[in-house]
Design a protein around this ligand. Structure first.
Ligand code: 0A1
Ligand code: ZN
Length: 882
């Protein structure tokens, strides 16, 4: 291969079992800021399932090899080869043997935040997906499971806390030195991506948890000194997660300790290392003064997610990285269910679907589309995507819908039992559900293999004379990169027929379809379903609870949608009916704005929202969701091609103003009704009331009247918690240019010492939809609060600009695209994962109108032409342009 040649992709079909297995790993890690020394003792043996007589090939990345011995004897230089990516023992004896490898790494210079690095002085590790090879030479693949014993040693002064996976074994001083050590042993065989250690000066909170069978577990959350009072909510969420997993999935914790460490510099949200989760501090630290209700909900969900991985990911891991959804989709499903039980189930479903449609649908519709289980990759770090996570969770949810609660639980029980200790595949997972329920899931498995969002078109006809109702369903799956031909999918379509009185009619299907539970089984390109004894014309409520992740279109009239928005017993569809009305209004209004014509009046939407506001029986959190006007990105997705973000912005701003004007009295009444009483509490009911009150504040301010802006200012000035304060600040920043600067300055002054709050301040400014936003963002990159080295800062400023400010990112002069491309190029030299994620913001570039499309393409090409790009960015830019 020539020097510049791109390595070939890794393919699922090329999977080979490892040639060598590792039974035990003993690590001795001597922490040092610039030269940490790792002595690894690996007990290896040939894999009976591997190729006979193979060399031992160990992965490595940016390692300095100091010594190498086989069974205690130093190896001759001719016996092995070291390259930048591997250490190969050319002709090892074909028997069990011990390899001792000494490497040195520089954690302070590790800006990729993969392997062993330092975050504000704390030593920590990140090994998923392929970071362990940056600590020592190792078969860095998830199907090599070993039992780890880790000794961590450091200067006591620098790192009084020393943590590892598993249970603590011993600790003490290193005699005659200022150093100390701790030994940790993890009895559960695991792949190296679950390895972790931490060393630092940290404070902690502790609690005990007693498991279902009476075992006591010591829980610890470690945070930066002085921040322990912000870890209480995470601890509470952890204990609730542990109990829930016992009760709902029968999963009990399996070590004596469970530790969580929060660090400031982290590429993702958090990591499920066995017994030692490492978190981005954004998802641990919360206080009423610094965290919003949304932050609290995210902390709860991510604490649960990482904890749930202990079984779905750790006890049962993935055979290879193509199976990533096996742990991620399933674990997202589990954390969604946990939050649904802890909070309001309908509201959780609505927000999960909004996330799916907002992030995954565009991914599925653009050049980065890939199956839930990809079949090839160039850089695995680029596959921690909305498709693998969120669509992966939807696929598990569909299994539950198809099999029912008991059938699903039977499949899960079998999976947890049959594959405990395994590195499993999607096929293994599905086989458990098929075997436990006696069903064939061959067609269902297409959800893992075919990319793209199915389009489902439904039309309904009531036969008055025959007293029957017929639904004709057509499914298509558009072509996606690498997949031009598609097969029909299994689509569980939950439905109801709503009678004129607003109640659900009894469903008596003509065929054997699964309609008793209200679920139609769509398996063919075209299918019809007939229901008997339908004496009156019903309104169909389709894809209830968003039972299948599809794009649904129907011949439903606005009047029928309005009816559903008022009466549907399914809360998701009640919400969705109003959203559909809003979206079709916005599509029409955008076209009018582009044509310079008068914008249509939003009478139907005003009627739908008005009815929602008037219904005192509804949960405030639900009403807040129902009142939210679809985002500009939602509208762009609905339009799909030749998108003009400025026209969308105009149409949406006008709609918000019109709704504000029409509903002002009701909005004011609700705002007044939900005035806060008592101290702040992050519980779901209180958060719901705040969400509703703040949504009213926002909609009222959209009217732009002096009174509504004064209300927002007063809301900001008198807020006693971050949710209200930040919401009011956003309202002022977006709708009150005259009040904006003073409010932003006051907010910054108050929270300047608090990086997580400063992130909110950065993100908000990056989202202002006016031409000065670009200069503001550029200016903020020089602000003392900003640091290119910290992923949270970069995501807050550059990520928010690219992802949440469509008019300015897609400026017609191309300056927004250029700014993000420049940032990507700059960041890539330091942190390729972060750079690649930012670049993925271009994923919908082909749907833009021609001028903006050309500018996006030029920016992408400029990135592509930069010499020395990382594999991460090379992969994203290549697929984006491909
Ligand atoms: N498994 C983690 C996600 C994760 C993936 C890669 C990372 O590398 C920087 C970090 C975390 C999860 O699902 O939470
Ligand atoms: Zn996960």
């Amino acid at each position: 291969m020539s020097r510049d040649a791109v390595p070939p992709p890794v393919r699922l079909g090329d999977y080979q079992p490892p040639d060598w297995l590792v039974d035990t790993v003993h690590l001795d890690v001597r922490l040092h800021p610039t030269a940490s020394r790792i002595i690894a003792r690996l007990a290896l043996r040939p894999n009976p399932e591997g190729r006979e007589g193979s060399p031992i090939v160990l992965d490595g990345d940016e390692l300095s090899l100091k010594s190498l011995a086989l069974d205690g004897v130093p190896l001759a230089g001719t016996a092995y080869v070291v390259t930048p990516t591997a250490l190969t023992l050319l002709a090892p004896p074909q028997r069990a043997l011990t390899l001792e490898i000494e490497t040195v790494v520089n954690p302070s210079a590790n800006t990729k935040l993969m392997g062993l690095y330092r975050s504000s002085g704390t030593y920590c590790t990140q090994c998923e997906a392929e970071g362990f090879r940056r600590i020592t030479f190792f078969p860095d693949r998830p199907d090599v499971l070993a039992v780890y014993t880790t000794r961590v040693e450091a200067e006591r002064e620098e790192a009084p806390v020393l943590l590892g996976n598993g249970n603590p074994v011993e600790s003490g001083a290193v005699e005659g030195t200022s150093r100390h050590y701790a030994v940790w042993h993890d009895p559960w065989p695991k792949p190296c991506y679950l390895f972790a250690l931490v060393g630092g000066r940290l404070d902690r909170i502790t609690e005990d948890f007693v498991t279902a069978t009476g075992k006591r577990v010591a829980l610890g959350i470690y945070v930066e000194p002085g921040k322990t009072e912000r870890a209480g909510y995470a601890m509470d969420a952890l204990k609730r997660s542990m109990r829930w997993d016992e009760e709902v999935f029968g999963c009990e914790y399996d070590l004596d300790v469970f530790n969580i460490v929060a660090v400031a510099d982290f590429n993702m949200g958090a990591m499920e290392n066995k017994g030692l989760n490492i978190f981005n501090d954004k998802y641990v630290l919360a206080s009423p003064q610094t965290a919003t209700d949304a932050d609290y909900a995210n902390i709860e969900a991510i604490i649960a997610h990482e904890y749930f991985h202990n079984w779905t990911g750790n006890r049962i891991t993935c055979r290879d990285w193509f199976q990533l959804c096996l742990k991620e989709g399933l674990t997202v499903f589990r954390d969604q269910e946990f939050s649904a039980d802890a909070r309001s189930r309908p509201v959780k479903r609505i927000s999960d679907v909004r996330l799916l449609k907002g992030h995954q649908f565009p991914e599925d519709a653009g050049p980065l589309a890939h199956p839930v289980r990809p079949d090839s990759y160039r850089e695995i770090n680029n596959f921690y995507t909305a498709t693998v996570y969120e669509k992966g969770a939807e696929v598990v949810r569909m299994l539950k819908t198809l099999l029912g609660d008991e059938g699903f639980r039977a499949g899960m029980d079998l999976y947890l039992d049959r594959h405990d200790g395994d590195a499993a595949t999607v096929e293994d997972f599905l086989a458990c559900f098929a075997d436990a329920n006696g069903v064939d899931l061959t067609q269902f498995a297409l959800w893992y293999a075919q990319s793209g969002t199915p389009q489902v078109t439904v039309s309904g006809r009531w036969d008055e004379a025959g007293r029957s109702y017929r639904l004709d369903v057509v499914q298509t799956l558009p072509p996606t990169p690498g997949q031009s031909e598609k097969l029909p999918m299994v689509i569980p379509l939950a439905i109801g027929l709503v009678g004129p009185d607003g109640a659900d009619m009894a469903l008596t299907p003509d065929d054997g379809s699964n309609a008793e539970r209200g679920v139609l089984l769509v398996t063919q390109p075209r299918q019809s379903f007939v229901f008997r004894d339908i004496a009156e014309r019903p309104v169909p409520s389709l894809n209830r609870g968003f039972s299948a992740p599809v794009k649904l279109s129907s011949d439903m009239s606005t009047a029928d949608l309005l009816f559903l928005a008022r009466h549907d017993s399914d809360p998701f569809n009640r919400f969705d009916a109003a959203q559909t009305i809003a979206l079709s209004h916005l599509v029409e209004a955008t076209a009018a704005a582009r044509a310079g014509a008068a914008l249509p009046a939003p009478d139907a939407l005003v009627a739908a929202l008005g009815a929602t506001l008037d219904d005192g029986a509804l949960d405030p959190a639900f009403v807040a969701q129902a009142l939210s006007i679809p985002s500009e990105t939602d509208v762009a997705r609905e339009i799909g091609e030749d998108v003009d973000p400025d026209a969308i912005h105009l149409a949406r701003t006008a709609l918000r103003r019109a709704v504000s004007g029409a509903l002002a009295p009701a909005l004011e009444a609700i705002y007044a009704h939900h005035a806060p009483s008592g101290a702040y509490s992050p519980d779901a009911a209180s958060a719901g009331r705040r969400a509703l009150r703040n949504t009213c504040l926002d909609l009222l301010a959209a009217g732009g009247t002096a009174g509504s802006l004064a209300r927002a200012q007063a809301h900001f000035d008198t807020a006693d918690n971050m949710t209200d304060r930040f919401f009011a600040l956003s309202v002022l920043a977006h709708t009150a240019p005259l009040a904006r600067e003073a409010a932003l300055a006051a907010f910054h002054e108050r929270f300047r010492e608090d990086p997580l709050v400063v992130d909110k301040w950065l993100a908000l400014q990056a989202q202002i939809a006016e031409p000065q936003a670009l200069e503001r963002v550029r200016g903020l990159t020089h602000h003392a609060a900003f640091a290119w080295s910290n992923p949270n800062r970069v995501r807050a400023l550059i990520g928010s600009f690219a992802g949440l400010n469509p008019t300015q990112f897609h400026r017609i002069d191309g300056a927004g695209h250029a700014l993000v491309a420049d940032a990507v190029i700059d960041i890539d030299g330091r942190n390729p994962q972060l750079a690649a994620r930012l670049l993925a913001a271009f994923k919908s570039w082909r749907s833009l109108e021609p001028m903006r499309r050309a500018s996006a393409e030029a920016a992408l090409r400029r990135v592509a032409e930069k010499p020395g790009l990382s594999p991460d960015v090379t992969d994203i830019v290549g697929r984006s342009l491909g």
